[in-house]
Ligand binder design. Structure first.
Ligand SMILES: Cc1cc2nc3c(=O)[nH]c(=O)nc-3n(C[C@H](O)[C@H](O)[C@H](O)COP(=O)(O)OP(=O)(O)OC[C@H]3O[C@@H](n4cnc5c(N)ncnc54)[C@H](O)[C@@H]3O)c2cc1C
Length: 164
């Protein structure tokens, strides 16, 4: 995928793997090689784009994953944002979730006049439906838009674009 913001184009490659891929998360060269091996020999502008990947001094390689916890609080500690409920880059909402979470904790503490146990209970309860919805949407986004499984689904995705 070519993704343009403010006149600068990013190159994005996604792929689906049935198995965990073992890699060194500090070794950017190894990560770039995994992408290059995965896409070598594909059509379109892939060869040209992979050359750019090889030269890139900044790249990001990770698996899509989510954090799901039965409770975001323990004792006097509350998690907000990615630590508690990362929805993955497929959500396109990570910064918003972090800010919404921080605001929800602050609001609950204010409402419960500093009674942190009641406030944390409210935080766990009120924000959870919103987080659940965003995480579920991210999974749909991933399967339908990022790594569609059929040629037809890819064709439709390419016509519709990615909705964020
Ligand atoms: C490549 C990429 C693109 C993204 N694009 C978008 C986007 O377009 N829109 C969007 O909304 N979101 C995007 N996100 C997601 C977004 O960046 C995160 O969801 C957001 O930063 C989460 O905020 P956070 O404060 O919860 O966690 P973080 O931003 O991860 O902050 C956690 C902080 O804790 C620090 N830390 C960790 N361990 C310790 C420790 N033991 N002691 C002290 N400090 C520690 C870390 O260094 C870090 O500074 C993107 C993420 C990535 C990786």
């Amino acid at each position: 995928m070519l993704n343009a913001y403010n006149g600068k184009t990013d190159i994005v490659f996604w792929f689906f793997s049935e198995n965990e891929i073992s890699y060194d998360y500090r070794d950017a060269r190894q990560q770039r090689n995994i992408v290059i091996e995965q896409f070598a020999g594909q059509g379109w502008r892939t060869a040209e784009l992979l050359e750019k990947v090889q030269q890139a001094d900044l790249s990001y390689f990770d698996k899509f994953c989510q954090i799901r916890m039965p409770s975001w609080t323990k004792g006097r500690v509350a998690l907000v944002g990615a630590a508690g409920y990362c929805a993955s880059p497929a959500a396109g909402m990570g910064a918003s979730l972090a800010m919404s979470g921080a605001a929800a904790v602050a609001e609950a503490l204010a409402t419960h006049d500093g009674d942190f146990e009641a406030a944390f209970q409210a935080y766990n309860h009120t924000l959870r439906p919103f987080i659940g919805e965003i995480q579920a949407n991210a999974l749909t986004m991933l399967s339908d838009y990022f790594v569609p499984k059929t040629e037809e689904a890819i064709r439709i995705r390419n016509i519709q674009g990615i909705p964020f």
